[in-house]
Ligand binder design. Structure first.
Ligand code: ADP
Length: 239
């Protein structure tokens, strides 16, 4: 099976000479359809750089990034931008909803910016919102939604349309543990619906919601573990 995202021998060096920083060194990572991978590591270990490479925002210094089996370096800048717009969804720490747009308009915005007509974009937005169980709030404005509902809308926006790669940089960073777990559960569910996800987190408890945890140190993958047991299965066992 072709991985949705694959990094093969990826290195990224910033600066030159004495200022040279090896942000990523020979990283291999494959994330399949339906899989959620958590990235952990100390500050400066390369987590954001890895997301930048995965999102095709920059090209690696060495190695190759593949999205849906397609090597990114061989594409023109326009084609790279098209993959970013159509295949990749981002979830931000502060969720970044636009206050002047309804929930459905926020979710359909990435499609409309890509030239999809309003009616088709709206239909796709409602479908993504249905997956996140927030469809009934489609016409509300962000300040008429609870914090948890806003998170659902933001995650719906990251999977709207044909997006199949979800990238999240510390999406739980500003949340308490209960809301943090809720967001991880939603990301996990979004991935189960046929999307590959990569989430950066500092929190080992939250990382255990992922199928796999990848640890970075000094730009290298130092360990990869399958989560031994999902928090939900522990709950079931305990009940
Ligand atoms: P993390 O997300 O784990 O904190 P980063 O990926 O942000 O780590 O950074 C990894 C290393 O690369 C750090 O030493 C950082 O200072 C450096 N770095 C990241 N981005 C840049 C950049 N645009 N220019 C120069 N150095 C950078």
């Amino acid at each position: 099976m072709t991985a949705v995202l694959e990094l093969r021998g990826v290195s990224k060096t910033y600066g030159t000479g004495a200022a040279e920083v090896h942000a990523l060194v020979d990283v291999d990572l494959a994330v399949g359809d339906g899989e959620l991978v958590a990235i952990m590591g100390p500050s400066g270990s390369g987590k954001s750089t890895l997301l930048t490479m995965a999102g095709t925002l920059e090209l690696p210094t060495a190695g190759e990034v593949f999205i849906g089996g397609q090597p990114i370096s061989g594409l023109s800048r326009n084609e790279q931008a098209r993959i970013r717009r159509r295949s990749v969804g981002y979830v931000f720490q502060d969720f970044n909803l636009l206050a002047g747009l309804t929930a459905a308009e926020n979710v359909s915005l990435p499609l409309e910016l890509d030239g999809v007509n309003a009616k088709t974009a709206h239909r796709a937005a409602l479908s993504a919102m249905r997956q996140l169980d927030i469809e009934e709030k489609a016409d509300r404005f962000p300040d008429e939604l609870s914090g948890g509902e806003r998170q659902r809308v933001a995650i719906a926006r990251s999977i709207v349309g044909d997006r199949n790669l979800l990238l999240a940089d510390e999406p739980t960073g500003a949340l308490d543990s209960v809301n943090g777990e809720a967001v991880m559960r939603m990301l996990r569910n979004a991935c189960q619906a046929g999307i590959a996800g990569v989430v950066v987190t500092h929190d080992a408890q939250l990382a255990s919601w992922a199928d796999r945890v990848v640890f970075l140190r000094d730009g290298r993958v130092v360990d990869q573990t399958a989560a031994p047991m999902e928090p939900e299965s522990l709950l079931v066992q305990g009940s």
